[in-house]
Design a protein around this ligand. Structure first.
Ligand code: HEM
Ligand SMILES: [Cu+2]
Length: 549
């Protein structure tokens, strides 16, 4: 096979997974660079930012908008769902590939196109869109307001195409899990990470329809003069907010679930314990997914919705934190009494629990509509959702990469570098976002280019906190170079790993490392669940799913 067939136009799920992983990480790097630039502006307003220059107000808006959009749509989703989903689903169910390999390739190609369109949108006349990743009209609808006639339409087009790519991917994931499982693999023998990825795909597919329609309506408002969201012509801007958040809140679970799944696989392997209450976790996941469709208006408490309606959404929002809390307890119970190995992957998995907990708990404050009137659109919200998204899209993803790297490339990553990278990520992450809870509670409004115009917020005390956050961003970014070095060096020079270096049970560890096209020499048959660790009476402390009794 030529290079092009093998790496560019491949239909192999592992290659497509790798394409998603590398493209997603590259977009993540761009998103991180943007955050560096606008944090520098906030810490040292009006000063030249190294590797960028002076930041104008319009550039600031474009940077925060595209940072948010990229991190969610072009980093978290492709890495968590598309990369891990593609790599893991066929391998963990003992199949040779996805059911629709060509649709899979098409999905990546459309995704790549959407990423290119987004990048191009920074360089068109007027520059990139600056109306925030939530794109509320009227700002997003009218060029007279946003001053980015090209940027705003290209942004919308890119988002819509990205959705199409993930719809194609989702169909594939669901069908493959349902139809291609190894002989003997019953529903309750499926590793929980796969359930979570597939349930996430279903949530995505069920929630995104209205927003695609909304995106096209908004595109029409921008381009052909319709007034769907224009009150002066009988339209309604709040309609957009409903369409956006009807998708936007389930989207939170679309990225959360795969991350929880990754963490479950890592934790069971490195504590040599069965996943505590597998069935409960599965049913809780489904219940959370269903409930996530009934909380969206907690993003709109101050958008003029009826206060009685706000009460209902407060109740559903507080309700949804119950299953999430339950899952955290389940994970702690899984660790309890285990023989824990603190590998790099395990450190990241544990850090996920600790940090995500803070994200979840602060969400409850915001879910109380009365408190939210004050907190809404402050840095408290920023800190809240970064304490959910960073554990999900960064910390859990690192856990997954360090864990499955030996399978992906047949070699280990360096553990010492890995642990330095872990502390260099975990500590600065906290010193970025903990201070922002305080600035937010003190009244720092988000999406502000400089606080100089707000005397009560331009105090030295608050500015010190902003500087701590910014310096921590720089430190965190520096430590990521260590990761990239470790990743690419280990790909070629790392210590060789065998088929099953962590003594795990699931089927991907039966395939050679790295697995060839078609994955398995002999297709495995399944005799038991995925988490039979430390079974009494057995010489070994693990019991692979395919091993005959
Ligand atoms: C555990 C239960 C959670 C609760 C109760 C909760 C509650 C809330 C509420 C009420 C808001 C709106 C705040 C405002 O704008 O005034 C909010 C914002 C947000 N949350 Fe959560 N949340 C939870 C979990 C999550 C998770 C898991 C994620 C991400 C994976 C997340 C991501 C976000 C984002 C991105 C925003 C800000 C959106 C924006 O305005 O740009 N939340 N959360
Ligand atoms: Cu929400």
């Amino acid at each position: 096979m030529s290079f092009w067939q093998k790496y560019v136009f491949s239909v192999d799920h592992k290659v497509i997974g790798m394409q998603y992983l590398l493209t997603g990480i590259l977009m993540g790097v761009i998103g991180a660079y943007m955050s560096y630039v606008f944090r520098m502006q906030l810490a040292f307003p009006g000063k030249e930012v190294p590797f960028f220059g002076l930041v104008t107000a319009a550039e600031y808006n474009a940077l925060i908008t595209n940072h948010g959009s990229i991190m969610i749509f072009w980093f978290a989703m492709p890495v968590l769902i598309a990369a891990f989903g593609n790599f893991l689903i066929p391998l963990m169910i003992g199949a040779d590939d996805m059911v629709f390999p060509r649709i899979n390739r098409l999905s990546y190609q459309i995704f790549l196109l959407s990423a290119v369109i987004l990048i191009v949108s920074f360089f068109v006349p007027g520059g990139g869109f600056g109306g925030a990743w939530t794109a509320y009209p009227p700002l997003s609808a009218k060029a007279e307001y946003n001053l980015t006639p090209w940027g705003s339409s290209l942004w919308l087009l890119a988002v819509a195409l990205e959705f199409v790519a993930f719809l194609l991917g989702g169909i594939n994931f669901i069908t493959t899990l349902m139809n291609s499982r190894a002989k003997g693999m019953k529903y309750l023998d499926i590793p929980i990470v796969l359930w979570m990825i597939v349930i996430a795909s279903i949530l995505f597919m069920a929630s995104v329809g209205p927003l695609i329609a909304g995106a096209i309506m908004l595109l029409f408002d921008q381009l052909i003069g319709t007034g769907f969201f224009d009150p002066s012509r009988g339209g309604d801007p709040v309609l957009w907010q409903h369409l956006f958040w009807f998708f936007g809140h389930p989207e939170v679970y679309v990225v959360l679930l795969p991350a929880m799944g990754i963490v479950a696989e890592v934790m069971t392997t490195f504590s040599r314990k069965k996943l505590f209450a597998y069935k409960t976790v599965l049913f809780t996941t489904i219940a959370t997914g269903v409930l996530s469709f009934f909380v969206w208006a907690h993003h709109q408490f101050i958008a003029g919705i009826d206060p009685r309606m706000a009460n209902i959404f407060t109740v559903t929002t507080v309700l949804i934190s119950i299953p999430i809390a339950e899952m955290l307890f389940v994970y702690i119970a899984t660790l309890y009494g285990g023989s824990i190995r603190f590998t790099t992957a395990m450190l990241f998995a544990l850090a996920f629990l600790a940090t995500f907990l803070i994200g979840g708990v602060t969400g409850i404050f915001l879910g109380a509509s009365g408190a939210d009137i004050y907190f809404h659109d402050t840095y408290f919200v920023i800190a809240h959702f970064h304490y959910t998204f960073v554990p999900i899209a960064v910390i859990a993803v690192f856990a997954g990469i360090y864990y499955w790297f030996p399978k992906m490339f047949g070699r280990f990553m360096n553990e010492t570098l890995g642990k330095i990278h872990f502390w260099g990520t975990f500590l600065p992450f906290n010193t970025i976002f903990l201070p922002l809870f305080f600035t937010g509670a003190a009244g720092d409004h988000r999406r502000i280019f400089t606080y100089a115009n707000f005397p009560q917020l331009a105090t030295p005390g608050l500015q010190d906190l902003r500087i701590i956050a910014t310096v921590s961003v720089v430190i965190l970014i520096c430590f990521q170079f260590l990761f990239f070095w470790n990743f690419f060096y280990s790909m070629f020079r790392g210590a060789k790993a065998g088929k099953n270096p962590w003594n795990a049970n699931t089927l991907e560890w039966v395939a050679p490392s790295p697995p060839p096209h078609g994955n398995f020499d002999v297709f495995p048959e399944v005799y038991r669940g995925p988490y039979e660790f430390s079974v009494p009476g057995r010489a070994q402390d693990f019991w692979p799913q395919n091993e005959k009794a």
